[in-house]
Design a protein around this ligand. Structure first.
Ligand code: HEM
Length: 408
C-alpha cells in the first residue's frame, strides 16, 4: 500500500504511463479509496464489469462534479454564457433519459448501417496513403490517423469536409477540459472553441430543421420516437459534441499506438501480413492493449459494497477500463501484444452495460478496413519516435508518431 498512498493518481506521469500504477492497484487494492482525492478507483476486470453493469447504483450523471473551481471562474462563465446550455444526453445521463437520447441516434451507428460505409473507408484509406506512399516515410498521426477518423465522422454527420481541420481543433478543445496540467489561458481558449463549435453546429441544425437532407445530422435533428418531439438545438449540440469527440480521439489513438505496437512486435506484424484473416482479432487485441477511453467516472447513488469495500452514497468512483484490460486473472501475460489471443474480444475498451459504446461497430469497421489497406500497401515499419501520451484523466492517447516503411 505504501506505493499507492505516496502516488498521486492524477500526476501527469501516472496518466501518461499508467500500467505500473494500475498493476499495483489490482494487486493491492482492487477497490482503492484514495485519501488524497477521496475517489474510489476500481481496477480489476470483474469489479469494473460489476460497476459498469449496475447503472442503478453507479450513476453517469457526473458532469456537474467536473466543474469544480471552474464554476467560480467569472471569465470562463462569461465565455460559456455565449454558448448553449449544457444538456446531459448519453454519456453523462442515466436511463430512462439516456435510453431516449441513445435511441434517437442509434440507427446510423448499427452494424448494418456502418457496413455500408466499407467502400468509402477503403477509398479514404487509399487516398490518404497515395499522398505519402512513394516517400517511404510520413507523419503517421497527421497524415493518416487524424484525417482518417475526422473525415469519417464529418462524412457521417454530413458536414463539409473542407471544415475538417476545425473539427479536430473543436474535438481537442472538448477533450482539454479533462486534461491534467492545463493553464488557465488554455482552458479559456478551449472554452471559446467549444462555444464556436456550438454556433457552427446550431446553424447546421437549423438548416436541417427547415430542410431535411440525407445524412445522420438530419436523422438526429428530425427523429422523434413514439410520437415524441425531436430534440431541441441544445440537446442536438450535446449529442453532436459527444459523437465528434468519441469519433475522433479514440479511433485515432488506436491507429497511432497500434502502429507502434506493430513496429515493436515485428513477429506479430509478419504473422498478420502472412494471414490477413487475423486482422479482426488484431484489431480487438489493439483495442484491449491501447484502451484509449482509459477511465470513466461514476457517482454512487446509494450506500453500497464492492469487492468487500463499503462505498457511501455520493462517493465518486473511477472505473479503469485500461486496467481491467491488463488484468492477469483474465488476460495472462496481459502486457504482451498477441494478435492470436483467444479472448481479446472480451476486452472492456468499449465499456459495458447500458453505456456500451454506441460507435463500437463504426470504430471496428474503421480499424479493420484501415489496417487492411495499410498492410496491403506498406510493410517493414520503423520509427525513431518514442511514443508519448497526453496526460488526460479520461483518455489515453499518443501525442504523435513519425514512421518509415517499405512500399509493397
Ligand atoms: C476505438 C474507438 C472507441 C472507443 C475505445 C470507445 C470507447 C467508449 C467507452 C469506453 C464508452 C463507455 C463510457 C461509459 O461507460 O461511461 C463509450 C461510449 C460512447 N461512445 Fe465510444 N468509443 C470509440 C469510438 C466511438 C465512435 C466512433 C463513436 C461515434 C461516432 C462513439 C460514440 C460513443 C457514444 C455516443 C457513447 C455514449 C453511449 C451512452 O452513454 O449511451 N464511440 N465509448
Amino acid at each position: 500500500m505504501a506505493k499507492l498512498t505516496k502516488t498521486n493518481p492524477f500526476d501527469p506521469s501516472v496518466l501518461m504511463v499508467p500500467h505500473t500504477y494500475n498493476r499495483c492497484l489490482r494487486e493491492e487494492a482492487p477497490v482503492y479509496h484514495c485519501q488524497k482525492t477521496g475517489i474510489y478507483f476500481v481496477s480489476t476486470y470483474d469489479l469494473v464489469m460489476e460497476v459498469a453493469k449496475n447503472e442503478k447504483v453507479y450513476s453517469s450523471k457526473f458532469s456537474t462534479m467536473m466543474k469544480g473551481d471552474q464554476a467560480r471562474d467569472e471569465e470562463l462563465l462569461a465565455i460559456q454564457s455565449q454558448g448553449f446550455p449544457r444538456i446531459d444526453t448519453m454519456l453523462t445521463q442515466d436511463p430512462p433519459e439516456q435510453r431516449r437520447y441513445r435511441s434517437l441516434c442509434q440507427k446510423p451507428f448499427s452494424v448494418s448501417s456502418v457496413k455500408k460505409l466499407r467502400p468509402y473507408l477503403k477509398f479514404l484509406a487509399n487516398d490518404l496513403i497515395d499522398v505519402f506512399i512513394d516517400e517511404g516515410k510520413c507523419n503517421w498521426m497527421d497524415d493518416f490517423c487524424v484525417p482518417f477518423a475526422v473525415n469519417m465522422i464529418a462524412k457521417i454527420l454530413g458536414v463539409p469536409l473542407k471544415d475538417m481541420d476545425l473539427f479536430k481543433v473543436w474535438s481537442d478543445a472538448n477533450v482539454y477540459q479533462f486534461a491534467a496540467g492545463q493553464t488557465r489561458a488554455e482552458l479559456l481558449r478551449s472554452a471559446q472553441l467549444v462555444v464556436d463549435s456550438q454556433h457552427y453546429f446550431a446553424k447546421k441544425i437549423e438548416d436541417r430543421q427547415k430542410q431535411a437532407t440525407d445524412d445522420v445530422l438530419s436523422d438526429i435533428v428530425n427523429s422523434g420516437i413514439d410520437g415524441e418531439e425531436p430534440m431541441n438545438v441544445a440537446e442536438c449540440i450535446s449529442v453532436i459534441a459527444q459523437l465528434l469527440v468519441a469519433g475522433n480521439e479514440t479511433t485515432t489513438a488506436v491507429f497511432a499506438e497500434g502502429m507502434y505496437l506493430l513496429i515493436k512486435n515485428p513477429d506479430q506484424l509478419a504473422m498478420v501480413q502472412e494471414d490477413v484473416t487475423l486482422i479482426p482479432n488484431m484489431v480487438e487485441e489493439m483495442l484491449r492493449f491501447c484502451t484509449p477511453s482509459a477511465q470513466m467516472w461514476r457517482i454512487v447513488k446509494t450506500d453500497t459494497e464492492l469487492g468487500g469495500t463499503a462505498i457511501p452514497a455520493g462517493a465518486t468512483v473511477m472505473v479503469k477500463w485500461i486496467s481491467a484490460n491488463r488484468d492477469e486473472a483474465f488476460y495472462p501475460d496481459g502486457d504482451r501484444f498477441d494478435v492470436k489471443r483467444e479472448n481479446s474480444k472480451k476486452h472492456l475498451a468499449f465499456g459495458q452495460g447500458v453505456h456500451h459504446c454506441l460507435g463500437a461497430p463504426l470504430a471496428r469497421q474503421e480499424l479493420e478496413v484501415g489496417w487492411q489497406v495499410v498492410l496491403e500497401r506498406m510493410t517493414q515499419f520503423k520509427t525513431s519516435t518514442e511514443l508519448k501520451f497526453h496526460p488526460s484523466m479520461l483518455l489515453h492517447a499518443p501525442v504523435g508518431i513519425e514512421i518509415e516503411f517499405d512500399k509493397i
